[in-house]
Design a binder for this molecule. Structure first.
Ligand SMILES: [Zn+2]
Length: 535
């Protein structure tokens, strides 16, 4: 036996490996210790932190070294004589894999000519090092072109894309509610194929929204099959999260059927029970998902921790039949007295469904006079019924809304499930774009203790990487890509509100993306080390 530091470290590593293996079975250690021990300094050494590695296993007090874009050492740096060009003292702080957000609307930011938007700081300050975008059916099929733009312009976080079924259908079918015929279906197939071959992680849909709402389940299955044979996931904003058409449970069954018949994993976007008609149905929704999982299907969901969803006045209240053909057709329907009467009836019912006029808050609109007001306040000020005010707003260019329609019990029931990831669905005007991960941490982990810190990190990193087929990320383990965050358990918190939705989160001390420090001591360093991630 020898007592060399290297030998001791290897022994320690073996012991730790056994412990880690019994917890989660994936921690890899020890192969590059030799290089470090021989005196080659690492680039970054994060010392004295509490490492929550993303696997769901318990936190450990270990040091983490990074060389190039990889994690090259985990263990006791002093004992192994690890040195580094830059040392971060993480005493009292949590070290975790960079969070991965499976549902964002960051595409415009990442594609922007404004370097500040491309930095994606609203996500970096939440600890999110990778955003998946193109959700709700809105993703591009020009995947290679988008990835090339990110590479040449530079992005702050990593990004990954989903091909949008809505973009594909609109390209071929416009706003038509007709069934796609053979040649049209073939054209749509070829666009999905193109996006997948160029590196998309899967196909997204937003079957609630026109024109995607006009499609049959069978048509979606046909296109999902193309994503499936390219190894992709089916990611869906359900046809109904409430009681509009097929109902929440019917829509979950539809998504599961699509995944089953196309032979691919299914992810339910921002799972929720929207509106009093379906409050309490989280139990049934969970039972349906868990039955499919028990039968061997891969079914997951993501969720943001807010009682308001983010939508628009039109998408919330217009019946989909009124949107067939697009904006001009809608205007013609409003102008026709008989059609208008039917429209008002349907919109009145949809408003009831969502909780009434006081539950819709205008968050982003070109009409400054209504910004920050509820539909009820706008209607009162104009002396007209809420639905009439809604029609005026829609015809005047529309408005984004925060739509208060969920209850805490359902939110917590979904959140406790080990197959539910953290996902922001970040969009303009809603605080979730700046606050999802820290809000979930401060309220549901530190506050109500609905989740352990380890479960939160797992739902925000490894689970998402595995679900979406992102390789070599989502865990703190030797040999993995160095997307690492360091934050303060006590102060990590959202600052964004419905009134001030663009306040950056606090408490995120260090963010490392591909081995480069992009947030240092809580401040953005100005670099753009993000890459486009493909399958
Ligand atoms: Zn959505």
């Amino acid at each position: 036996m020898t007592n060399s530091p290297r030998h001791l470290e290897l022994t320690r590593c073996r012991a730790r490996r056994l412990a880690a293996a019994s917890i989660a079975g994936i921690l890899l250690v020890a192969t590059q210790v030799a290089a470090h021990a021989q005196g080659t300094p690492a680039d970054v050494l994060i010392r004295n932190g509490r490492v929550i590695d993303g696997t769901g296993g318990p936190a450990r007090n270990v040091d983490v070294a990074i060389t190039g874009d990889r994690i090259t050492f985990i263990g006791d740096a002093t004992r192994s004589k690890i040195t580094a060009t830059r040392t971060i003292d993480a005493r009292g702080l949590i070290v975790a894999p960079g969070f991965i957000d499976p549902h964002t609307h960051a595409l415009e930011d990442l594609n922007s000519n404004d370097p500040k938007r491309r930095a994606n700081l609203n996500y970096l300050m939440q600890g999110v090092t990778t955003v998946i975008t193109g959700n709700d059916g809105g993703g591009p099929y020009e995947v290679a072109r988008t990835l090339a733009k990110w590479k040449s312009d530079g992005i702050g976080s990593n990004g990954a894309l989903l091909v949008g079924f809505g973009s594909v259908r609109s390209a071929i079918m416009k706003m038509s509610d007709a069934r796609a015929e053979g040649a049209q279906l073939d054209s749509m197939r070829s666009l999905v194929e193109k996006g997948m071959r160029e590196g998309a992680l899967g196909m997204s849909t937003g079957l609630y929204y026109a024109p995607q709402s006009f499609t049959t389940t069978e048509e979606v299955i046909e296109l999902a099959k193309v994503a499936s044979r390219n190894g992709g996931i089916y990611d869906s904003h359900l046809r109904d999260e409430s009681s509009y058409t097929v109902g929440l449970l019917g829509a979950i069954r539809e998504a599961i059927r699509i995944g089953k018949e196309a032979g691919m994993p299914v992810n339910i976007s921002h799972i929720k029970a929207l509106g009093t008609d379906v409050w309490g149905r989280s139990d049934s929704a969970i039972a349906i998902v868990e039955a499919a999982r028990a039968a061997g299907q891969k079914v997951t969901a993501d969720q943001y921790p807010y009682t308001a969803s983010g939508s628009s006045v039109g998408a919330s209240l217009l019946p989909r039949w009124a949107e067939v053909g697009g904006g001009d057709s809608l205007r013609a329907r409003v102008a026709d007295p008989a059609t208008r009467a039917k429209l008002v009836t349907d919109m009145t019912e949809n408003l009831r469904r969502r909780g009434g006029a006081a539950s819709l808050l205008m968050t982003s609109t070109r009409d400054a006079s209504i910004l920050g007001k509820t539909l009820e306040q706008v209607a009162k000020a104009r002396g007209i019924p809420p639905v009439e005010a809604a029609i005026q707003i829609i015809l005047n260019g529309g408005s984004s809304v925060a739509s208060f329609n969920m209850n805490e019990k359902d939110i917590e029931a979904f959140m406790r499930k080990p197959w539910v990831m953290t996902g922001s669905d970040g969009s303009g005007g809603h605080p979730r774009k700046y606050g999802t991960f820290p809000k979930k941490w401060s309220e549901y982990v530190r506050g109500k203790k609905i989740l352990t810190p380890e479960a939160f990190v797992h739902q925000s990193s490894q689970l998402t990487a595995e679900t979406f087929g992102i390789k070599d990320r989502g865990v703190i383990a030797q040999g993995k890509i160095a997307d690492v965050v360091v934050f303060d358990d006590a102060t990590f918190k959202d600052q964004s509100t419905y009134e001030k939705p663009t306040e950056l989160a606090v408490g995120m001390k260090y963010v490392v993306v591909n081995g480069k420090i992009v947030v240092d001591g809580g401040s953005y360093t100005g670099i753009t080390p993000g890459v486009g991630i493909t399958r």
